[in-house]
Design a protein around this ligand. Structure first.
Ligand SMILES: O=C(O)CCC(=O)C(=O)O
Length: 287
């Protein structure tokens, strides 16, 4: 199972791709069970830490988790999924034969009022020497227009890098008024649990609060071409960096391309997750 030439042309033109039925019900069940155990354990924490980003209103009696940070380090089912051959095969079609895994996060949009993610470009957080980077979204629940789907602005990956600053500091979000973007053109990525989405690192995207009665749990992986070297977070240990390669060979020769870059500096006053970064933005889109 891969994607065909039409899919590749679609991705190049629009900056995203949706591939249904990648995971089986059994694979989904394994992830959901481990996730439930982690959420139950969140009853022991009172504030966000290196594992959990907590929703406002979290209590011991009613744990409310907004994000599991780096689930690959906490959930064996997620660690195994990083090398899923179908996903990796599609990534090689999108960004070339050499692919490096970078990190993961699991955004849990709780039924009722799970938090919005304001419009942004991932590239604003982590520019590299070239922009062959892709985020993969794994739908752990059925996603429709009512439970806060990830929405993408088609073609925006070929445009400018928008300002993600407020009051002189990085805030990880695009100002909904100053930017003059027509967000009504954004496309919701909906599908059955087990579907995967692939979006370009420069694509403008965001998602509304979940006002429905069903959760929207979305596991996100970040991948890069092996010759895309980070401009922001320095590489600590080369061996550990190269152990993250899921396809192709290591290189120490970065591919430099004429990509537009705005550094995420000075750093966001509130850190820990995108939700915290975005608290200092000025004109929110999702109220
Ligand atoms: O969970 C979502 O809908 C958006 C996720 C996202 O863009 C992010 O966490 O960077």
């Amino acid at each position: 199972m891969g994607v065909d030439q039409d899919d590749l042309a679609f991705y190049r033109e629009r900056g995203y791709l949706l591939v249904p039925n990648v995971l089986t019900e059994m694979e989904l069940q394994a992830i959901r069970e481990e996730l439930k155990q982690l959420v139950d354990k969140a009853a022991d924490v009172t504030e966000s830490d290196s594992a959990y980003d907590l929703e406002p209103g979290h209590t011991r009696a009613t744990p409310r988790v907004r994000r599991i940070k780096e689930p690959h380090a906490l959930m064996p089912s997620v660690a195994a999924l990083v090398r899923n051959p179908v996903m990796v095969g599609i990534l090689t079609q999108l960004i070339g034969p050499g692919v490096r895994y970078q990190t993961s996060k699991l955004n849990m949009k709780l039924a009722g009022d799970g938090s919005a993610v304001e419009w942004h470009q991932d590239w604003a957080f982590y520019p590299h020497t070239n922009d062959d980077l892709v985020a993969v979204g794994v739908m752990l629940d059925d996603v429709d227009e009512s439970n806060g789907p990830l929405c993408i602005l088609p073609g925006s990956h070929r445009g400018v890098i928008h300002d993600h600053h407020a009051n002189g500091y990085f805030c990880g979000a695009i100002d909904s008024i100053e930017s003059s973007i027509d967000f009504s053109a954004a496309v919701p990525l909906t599908g059955k649990a087990g579907s995967m989405t692939f979006h370009h690192v420069r694509a403008v995207h965001g998602s509304a609060p979940n006002r429905s009665t069903r959760s929207r749990n979305l596991l996100l992986f970040q991948f890069a071409a092996v010759d895309a070297f980070p401009l922001v977070h320095p590489i600590g240990d080369l061996d550990s960096f190269d152990q993250l390669i899921v396809a192709g060979e290591a290189t120490t020769e970065p591919r430099m391309t004429a990509v537009p870059v705005r550094m995420p500096l000075p750093p966001a006053p509130l850190h820990g997750s995108i939700y915290e970064n975005q608290r200092t933005m000025v004109n929110r889109f999702f109220k």
